[in-house]
Design a protein around this ligand. Structure first.
Ligand code: NAD
Length: 250
C-alpha cells in the first residue's frame, strides 16, 4: 500500500506568471507556505520582485511577458525543470463586440490564450523530458457563463479556450507524467476587478447572481491552486475546478 498523497510541496520548484499582484501573488504565497521554492514572474518586473521579497530568500523574480516565446524559452533553458507551473497572467477589457478593434481582440486573446499555450509549451517540454510535473491554469467562470452587464466577448472566449486547452494538454501529456488542470474563479477582489468596477455600480447585481452573496479573495483561489499542484490531486488531470461561490449553478 502506498503512503497517502500529500499536499506538502517541500523540495518542489514552482513558477507563477503574473505573480506581481492579485491572484498570482496569492498563488506564489500559498505555494511558498506549503514548502515550494517559488519563481515569481510578471510583465512588471518590479512587482514580481516585491512578491518574491515577501516570500523570503528562497524566492526569485524575473520580468517575463507570457506572449514572448523567445523569452519563455530562454527562461526555461536557464532554470532547472519545474515541478509546478501556474499560468495566471491575464487581462480584461470592456468593449462592445461591434465596436471592438482587431488590435484589442488580438491583445486579449494573445495574453489570455496565447500566453497560457506558450508558457505551457516552454516549461512543459522540460517536465515531459523528466516525466513529471503539475500545471495549473487560471481560467474563469467567464469561460462557462456570459458576464453581465459588462461587454467582454474576447475575454469570455479566451477563458473558454483556456479550459479546453487545459483538457487537450492533459490528454496529450497524461501518459508522460504531466498533469494539467484549471481553476475557474468567480469575481475576485484584485486590482484587475477594481479597475473594471471603478464606479461600483455592477457589484450589487453580481452579488444577487452569486449564491454565496460575496466576491472571492485571491487566497481562496490560491488554496485550490496549491491543492491541484500537489500530489493530493494525483488522480486529477483535465479538471476545470469551479471556485465561484455557486455562481455557475444558477
Ligand atoms: P491583476 O490584473 O490583478 O494581475 C495580473 C498580473 O498579470 C499583473 O501583475 C500584470 O502585470 C500581469 N500581466 C499582465 N499581462 C501580462 C503578460 N503579458 N505577461 C506577464 N504578466 C502579465 O489580475 P487578477 O485579477 O489577479 O487575475 C489573474 C488571473 O485570474 C487572470 O488570468 C484573470 O483573467 C483571472 N481571473 C480573475 C478574476 C477576478 O475577478 N479578478 C476572475 C476570474 C479569473
Amino acid at each position: 500500500m502506498q503512503s497517502p498523497a500529500s499536499s506538502d510541496l517541500q523540495n518542489r520548484l514552482a513558477l507563477v506568471t503574473g505573480a506581481g499582484q492579485g491572484i498570482g501573488a496569492a498563488c506564489a504565497a500559498a505555494l511558498s507556505r506549503q514548502g515550494a521554492r517559488v519563481i515569481c514572474t510578471d510583465l512588471d518586473g518590479q512587482r514580481a520582485c516585491n512578491t518574491a521579497l515577501r516570500l523570503g530568500a528562497s524566492a526569485q523574480a524575473f520580468t517575463l511577458d507570457v506572449t514572448d516565446s523567445a523569452a519563455l524559452h530562454a527562461l526555461a533553458a536557464r532554470l532547472p525543470p519545474l515541478d509546478i507551473l501556474v499560468c495566471n497572467a491575464g487581462i480584461v477589457r470592456n468593449t462592445p463586440a461591434e465596436e471592438m478593434s482587431d488590435e484589442e481582440w488580438d491583445t486579449v486573446l494573445g495574453v489570455n490564450l496565447g500566453g497560457v499555450f506558450k508558457t505551457c509549451r516552454a516549461f512543459g517540454r522540460r517536465m515531459l523530458e523528466r516525466g513529471r510535473g503539475s500545471i495549473v491554469n487560471i481560467g474563469s467562470m467567464s469561460g462557462m457563463i456570459v458576464n453581465v452587464p459588462q461587454p467582454q466577448c474576447h475575454y469570455n472566449a479566451s477563458k473558454a479556450a483556456v479550459h479546453h486547452l487545459t483538457r487537450s494538454l492533459a490528454v496529450e501529456w497524461a501518459a508522460r507524467g504531466v498533469r494539467v488542470n484549471a481553476v475557474a474563479p468567480t469575481y475576485i477582489v484584485t486590482p484587475l476587478l477594481q479597475e473594471l468596477e471603478k464606479e461600483q455600480t455592477q457589484m450589487a447585481r453580481w452579488m444577487t447572481m452569486t449564491p454565496q452573496g460575496r466576491m472571492g479573495r485571491p487566497e481562496e483561489i490560491a488554496e485550490v491552486v496549491a491543492f491541484l499542484a500537489s500530489d493530493a490531486a494525483s488522480l486529477m488531470t483535465g479538471a476545470i475546478v469551479n471556485a465561484d461561490g455557486g455562481y455557475t449553478c444558477l
